[in-house]
Design a protein around this ligand. Structure first.
Ligand code: CP
Length: 307
């Protein structure tokens, strides 16, 4: 495998290999070894055509900890603003001898499209409402770390499933690893194809939370929807938001996850986001080890191909 374009292209064995490699890098980081020499001869371009905090910084840190050379590109301050196309932009960057491209783009399938036109390895850092594979990997890795295993765990993904690349990648990864998955949210934000993926829909949040071991609370993606999808944010938070009273009323102590950025007071209140049941910052921490693992494994294919 030369690229990481989506979880749907991975096998269970691929994910286990990524986790074992991430375990190694996490141990290295925890020993306060900030840098390993593995990727000294690799150059990586981080191309962000959409805003990001966690994914962009996490990839950059992962690359630097592997000793790769890194160039960063942000569409908002580039010649994309003058009308340059995606292919022209990427080919110009690749002509500077870049080996690997990490790309976030608003169009679903942008990574697949690019992989058909260029030679470099591509890692999808989020393509529209399609996939966000490294987020799903770090989410499943965080569940494994917290609960010992992903297999057999019950995970509910709550909120704006329709516009969420995190939801789709999580569904694929969780199912590959043997978890049971439900989604919960307003009907207008649940895609019609969801049951074809073997995912049950639970309309009632309390029921969903009583059923699960883990609740992954998604952000309402206002930037991807028109106002007709849901009547109001207040109504959303009343029906699908988790507050401390609701969390404490559950018979089991569930794990709370969120991919970020959080709309505090909408999908979760601050006392839930910052509670001891929340592993949100562990997810972010694990993102670096997971991305080191993915980059390292893909780069070893480049090196193998060159030698
Ligand atoms: N989880 C995530 O993708 O966050 P960013 O948009 O900040 O990268």
């Amino acid at each position: 495998v030369k690229h990481l374009l989506g979880i749907k292209y991975l096998t269970q064995a691929d994910i286990h290999l990524i986790f074992e490699t991430a375990d190694h890098f996490k141990e290295v980081i925890n020993r306060s070894i900030k840098k390993v020499p593995s990727l000294r001869d690799i150059t990586i371009a981080n191309l962000f055509f959409e805003n990001s905090t966690r994914t962009r910084l996490s990839f950059e840190l992962a690359e630097k900890r592997l000793s790769a050379d890194v160039v960063n590109f942000s569409a908002s301050s580039s010649s994309v603003k003058k009308g340059e196309t995606l292919i022209d932009t990427v080919n110009n960057i690749l002509s500077m001898k870049v080996d690997m491209v990490v790309m976030r783009h608003p169009n679903p399938g942008a990574g697949v499209f690019l992989s058909q036109h260029i030679n470099a390895s591509i890692i999808n850092a989020g393509d529209g409402a399609h996939e966000h594979p490294t987020q799903a990997l770090l989410d499943c890795y965080s569940i494994r770390e917290k609960l010992g295993d992903v297999a057999g765990k019950k995970v509910v993904i709550v909120g704006d499933i329709l516009h969420s690349r995190v939801a789709l990648s999580n569904i694929f990864a969780l199912q590959l690893l043997g978890a049971k998955v439900k989604v919960c949210g307003p009907k207008t934000l649940i895609p019609k194809y969801i049951e074809k993926l073997g995912v049950e829909v639970e309309g009632n949040l309390q029921e969903a939370l009583e059923w699960c071991d883990v609740a992954n609370m998604l952000r309402v993606q206002n930037e991807r929807m028109d106002i007709s999808y849901f009547p109001s944010i207040r109504e959303y938070s009343q029906q699908y938001g988790v507050n401390k009273t609701l969390l404490d009323s559950l018979k089991n102590e569930i794990v709370i996850m969120h991919p970020g950025p959080i709309n505090r007071g909408v999908e979760i209140t601050s006392d839930v986001a910052d509670s001891k049941q929340s592993i949100i910052l562990h997810q972010v921490e694990n993102g670096v080890a997971i991305r080191m693992a993915v980059i390292y494994l893909l780069a070893s294919k480049i090196k193998h191909h060159e030698s």
